[in-house]
Design a protein around this ligand. Sequence first.
Ligand SMILES: NC(=O)c1ccc[n+]([C@@H]2O[C@H](COP(=O)([O-])OP(=O)(O)OC[C@H]3O[C@@H](n4cnc5c(N)ncnc54)[C@H](OP(=O)(O)O)[C@@H]3O)[C@@H](O)[C@H]2O)c1
Length: 251
Amino acid sequence: MKLGLIGAGNMASALARGIGEPVVVHDLDAERARALADELGGETAGSNADLAERADVVVLCHKPAQLEEVAGQVQGRAAAIASILAATPTSRIEAAYPGVPVYRFIPNIPAEVRRGVLCYAPGSLAAQGPERELIELFGRAGAVIPLAEELIEPAMAIMSCGPAFMSLVAESFADAGAAHGLTREDARRMTVETMAGAAAWLGAHDYDLEGLRARVATPGGATERGLLKLESEGVRDVCRAAVDAVVEGTR
Ligand SMILES: NC(=O)c1ccc[n+]([C@@H]2O[C@H](COP(=O)([O-])OP(=O)(O)OC[C@H]3O[C@@H](n4cnc5c(N)ncnc54)[C@H](OP(=O)(O)O)[C@@H]3O)[C@@H](O)[C@H]2O)c1
């Protein structure tokens, strides 16, 4: 299956590297498209119309606001459409590409190292196209999680924006360590390796978040002091406010 990427930016390149197959690419920045195509042993296309003729599945990796403009350029040449556009429901994509099977994914940047999360919602004609092959191919970049479409935006806040949120939390802890004398490098390495370790432990223990805290925090001990501070300073409200801001922004 030949994927054709419209847009060769941050998410397109992360997804393509995670999938690890030669692709056809077109981007307004020809050099950006050339670099990604060369890296993956693929080709560039001269236009979005040319790309749609050469690809089995056209993957929309441009900005959401460009949906209708790009659909106008492709004009009935696409056999199937996979979209990673945020805040763009399958109904809008189907209206822009009438009669074409549509597959909606919301991936995240860790797809680049094959540890992505890719939420998935099929369009109304999905069964008429290469749904199983597409899910298999995207599944190389991480966990594909089928989801009711109305839950895609809340999910995006957690798993697509999440890597940015978690990097800010990590930076905050690392800076706190550096403020107490650790080198910046050591503080960052310790923080990131601790996040990776905590994630690995949780994955091996049914995502038992409370259980991990119970294993670390002895009653009356140092960790408990820190946890009580996080709770009293409003860590849950801050996280909720961040997710609310993302979800409300997509409405
Ligand atoms: N970044 C993430 O973590 C993430 C996660 C999930 C979903 N997404 C979705 O993925 C899409 C891309 O996001 P991104 O972060 O990768 O943005 P990005 O880095 O700006 O990539 C978009 C690319 O598309 C190019 N482009 C714009 N119009 C085009 C056209 N008509 N034909 C061909 N290429 C065109 C842009 O070129 P110019 O820069 O020259 O305009 C840019 O290189 C968005 O719809 C976003 O909602 C992103």
